[in-house]
Design a protein. Structure first.
Length: 149
């Protein structure tokens, strides 16, 4: 049924709420888990009227990548201690695009993600990765709503 489960994580406890579900599913199905973090280049706004935005420096991107590697390694180790097969991937780009690209590249049978549960203005201003994936994914999804806290 599901041999490869893609799990996008952003480093938050809310995003990690999916892990218990994925762990149980992977154990029962013998599935491989791919942990994914997307690094999105951010615009840094300057107070100078002539310069409205400056793209992050390469040094900032390297620092973000190193932080992501360390974080994913920690999560990977915890899951592997449960006897699970786990790999990690880091990709640059807008989260929805990056997740769908990796799902296709890695031939993931399932994308499992926690929704931060934003609605109304929160979704308008911040967007929703889970909603974007739900609208565009061409494969099964497991979306759980993470609780506050």
């Amino acid at each position: 049924m599901y041999n490869t489960i893609l799990v996008p994580l952003d480093g938050s406890k809310r995003a990690e709420a999916i892990l218990n579900h994925v762990e149980e599913m992977a154990k029962k199905l013998g599935a491989r888990i791919i942990l994914l973090t997307c690094i999105e280049q951010k615009l840094v706004y300057s107070g100078d009227v002539e310069i409205s935005a400056i793209v992050q420096s390469d040094e900032d991107m390297v620092q973000q990548t190193n932080t992501a590697k360390s974080y994913l390694k920690e999560v990977q180790t915890k899951l592997e201690q449960q006897g699970l097969k786990v790999s990690t991937t880091i990709i640059q780009g807008p989260p929805v695009e990056a997740i769908l690209t990796v799902a296709a590249q890695k031939n993931a049978d399932l994308i499992a993600i926690a929704s931060h549960g934003r609605s109304g203005l929160g979704r308008v201003f911040y967007g929703s990765v889970a909603a974007g994936i739900l609208q565009r994914a061409d494969r099964p999804l497991l979306i759980i709503r993470a609780q506050e806290g």
